[in-house]
Design a protein around this ligand. Structure first.
Ligand code: IYR
Length: 219
């Protein structure tokens, strides 16, 4: 006997518009997303952040284990600790860890070890992957699952008119310590969320997108 039980898929989302119109409208939103490093300190409500996490948590995951935790930080004291620890790792990265090709690839982005946005953005969402579930059960396709959830979070933020950055200080073990997270949680991504600063600029390279025929194959 199978343990599977099924329910009708009744509460379906059906847009008013045709699929062609619906996706064109969504693309108009998504194509304007940029990774932002110059944030405003304009507040974003907890309700908004909760909505982003709900969207992220709607992602598919291996065996529906939902192996993620989203630690949402607004406390300036904690944000400062994160900034200082991240900048320490980044200094090491830019001065020693990165090889020449990596540094050359980053040059057009104009990034460096200064991460002031970690204190300026009103929220930092630290995405943790769960190496095992809270009940100690196994997880599957962990990176795929948490990556999908993080992507949905970015899309949801863009839909809400909010800017994000996928920041990956490396190594980022310090996030578990600063945030007092348990051993089975591993930092996956650090996502500052907020509004772009009035004078926000983004690297020209961020406007470059591969053409459809470079990324898509129809067969
Ligand atoms: N983590 C560093 C370096 C960095 C690496 C990649 I790959 C980027 O796309 C951007 C930055 C930093 O955040 O500066």
């Amino acid at each position: 006997m199978s343990a599977a039980q099924f329910l009708p898929h009744a509460d379906r989302y059906t847009p008013e518009a045709s699929p062609e119109e619906a996706i064109a409208a969504f693309f108009e939103i998504m194509r304007r997303r940029r990774s932002v490093r110059m944030f405003s300190d304009k507040p974003v409500s907890l309700e908004t952040i909760e909505g982003l996490v709900r969207c992220a948590g709607s992602a598919p995951s291996g065996a529906n284990k939902q192996p993620w935790r989203f630690v949402c930080v607004q406390d300036p004291v904690i944000k400062r600790k994160i900034r200082l620890a991240a900048e320490k790792e980044e200094r090491e990265f830019y001065e020693r860890r990165a090889n020449a090709e990596w540094l050359a690839d980053l040059a057009p982005l104009g990034t460096d070890e200064n991460k002031d946005f970690l204190e300026i953005a009103p929220w930092l969402i630290v995405v943790f992957k769960l190496m095992r579930c809270d009940d100690n059960s196994q997880v599957y396709y962990l990176n795929e699952s948490v990556g999908l959830a993080s992507g949905l979070l970015l899309a949801a933020a863009q839909h809400a008119g909010l800017a994000t950055l996928t920041h990956t200080p490396s190594p980022m073990g310090f996030l578990r310590e600063v945030l007092g997270r348990p051993e089975h949680e591993r930092p996956f991504l650090l996502i500052p969320v907020g509004y772009p600063a009035d004078d926000c600029e983004v690297p020209a390279k961020a406007f470059e997108r591969k053409a459809l025929d470079e990324i898509m194959v129809v067969s």
